[in-house]
Design a binder for this molecule. Structure first.
Ligand code: EPU
Length: 448
């Protein structure tokens, strides 16, 4: 899969109305949470990307039966026969979300034998907040490379009250600890918790399973342990990161798009930054109604302006849209300052954008982007899911041809986003094991 590439040519302004898939980062943790139940659950609006397929393998390895009807986006997961608490390193290290089974396995079996998770090349990504949090419940962890063995002395010895203060509002640590706490004895309070929309979607799912969870002001989550959780039917929220990717594709090409099922209330600061760049963004929230926040329309300005962005935990600017926004700022008028505070190494895409002619100076986690008149196609390498999309956005406006290798990253995070871009007028082909020529490609013959 990683041997493939994407070929792009400068595209006309992208226009159209599209729908996005369910959120990758919500469905992965919700699939893991099903280990807390015993029986048949149904997930709707499930995206078909490589990370989801990897999570299916992981659940099957544990003994679950998974049936994914890709066309209807419905996944049925039967956890009645989950009997294992050990996951092989070759499954764990394929993706970061594999760590999210630790809490559910500990809750179900009192032990988990897992390897360290894999993921993107965007920094060290340790799991210390997860492990320190589990320690508050009396979980003992030992490292025997490549495994981490975690175990509870006994369910009877669980504390009646656990107060966990996260040094940083880690999404994964909040999710893992919260899932464990649902079946733990007594009350758990997680302070400085992550409150990303994907975390809230997990909370909705857990509550539908019978969990007792409350969110209190200042990002505190209070969980009262219940004896048992039951199987559930849940529809995954729309992917705000796919929404952001599509809006930026229209913005960078000077086009117009409506993402009909996008939730504007999940993207507030990002949408504000698009407006500051000069794009016209409208959503039902503009009318003051929060009842149905679905649908965002963007009409691009032909003269986008520089803006400064600083990433941070929700509701700050999402790190996962930083590389993509930087691609758009590369061709905006003026100088932008982009500051990355979530990951220590999420600037690798700047080197690739610079190859295309972008003027970006990086110092540590800060980048100064001087807008240029044009980008030029060349060969670039994707280093993570979002970097791959940043390079595709660059390729949509670059003169000549762009060849992006590292297509496996694109496929890990997006469910055929290239087809949506092509439907909106983009000149893209993906070349995997076999050549796939998409409908609407005007220049396939020349490219090949
Ligand atoms: N961190 C630690 N120790 C920990 C946990 C995290 O130092 O124990 C650090 C990380 O190294 C990172 C920062 O804290 O620098 C944030 O990590 P967090 O735990 O919040 O992220 P995550 O749960 O590993 C999820 C998403 C990421 C997204 C981040 C931040 C999933 C599967 N992944 O990762 O998504 O960037 O939250 O919002 O939910 C993507 O979709 O492309 C992606 C990378």
């Amino acid at each position: 899969m990683t041997g493939g590439h994407i070929l792009l040519k400068k595209s006309p302004p992208l226009t159209g109305t599209v729908e996005v898939n369910g959120a990758k980062n919500a469905v992965l943790v919700i699939m893991a949470s099903l280990i807390l139940t015993d029986g048949l659950s149904t997930l709707e609006n499930v995206p078909n990307n490589a990370d989801v397929r990897q999570m299916i393998k992981l659940l099957e390895e544990l003994g679950a039966t998974v049936n994914f009807a890709v066309a209807s986006k419905v996944m049925k997961v039967d956890t009645a026969d989950v009997c294992k608490f050990e996951i092989k390193p070759e499954i764990m290290n394929k993706f970061r979300a594999s760590i999210l089974v630790m809490g559910p396995l500990l809750a179900r079996f009192g032990k988990a034998k897992i390897a360290l998770p894999g993921g993107d090349l965007i920094g060290r990504r340790p799991i210390n907040y997860h492990l320190e949090g589990f320690k508050k419940f009396g979980v003992v962890t030992e490292r025997h490379d490549p495994y981490v063995n975690a175990s509870l002395k006994s369910f009877h010895d669980l504390p009646l009250y656990a107060r966990i203060i996260l040094e940083y509002p880690s999404v994964g640590a909040t999710e893992n600890l919260m899932m464990f706490a649902c079946l733990a004895k007594g009350e758990t309070v997680i302070i400085n918790a992550a409150i990303e929309p994907e975390v809230l979607d997990l909370i909705d799912t857990l509550k539908a399973m019978g969990a007792d969870i409350q969110i209190q002001p200042a990002a505190t989550i209070v969980i009262k342990g219940v004896g048992k959780l039951h199987p559930v039917t849940h529809k995954i929220i729309p992917d705000r990161l796919e929404v952001g990717s599509l809006l930026l594709a229209a913005a960078i090409t000077g086009g117009q798009i409506t993402v009909s099922n996008a939730r504007a209330d999940h993207l507030d600061i990002f949408l504000e930054k698009l407006c500051q760049m000069g794009h016209e963004v409208t959503s039902p929230l503009d009318k003051g109604s929060c009842a149905k926040p679905y649908g965002i329309t963007l009409r691009a300005t032909q003269h986008p302006q520089a803006v400064d962005i600083k990433t941070g935990p929700y509701p700050a600017f999402p790190t996962d849209l930083q590389p993509l926004t930087m691609a758009a700022l590369s061709v905006a008028e003026g100088v932008s300052l982009v500051e990355e505070t979530v990951y220590e190494n999420r600037m690798i895409h700047t080197k690739e954008l610079s190859k295309m002619g972008a003027q970006i100076t990086v110092e540590g986690c800060k980048a100064i982007v001087r807008g240029v008149e044009a980008l030029y196609g060349c060969e670039v390498i994707a280093s993570d899911v979002r970097a791959s999309c940043a390079l595709v956005l660059g390729g949509l406006v670059a003169f000549g041809q762009t060849k992006m290798t590292g297509i496996g990253h694109w496929q890990r995070g997006y469910d055929k986003l290239e087809e949506k871009l092509v439907a909106m007028g983009a000149d893209i082909i993906t070349i995997d094991d076999q050549i796939i020529i998409l409908d609407g490609l005007r220049t396939a013959q020349k490219l090949l």
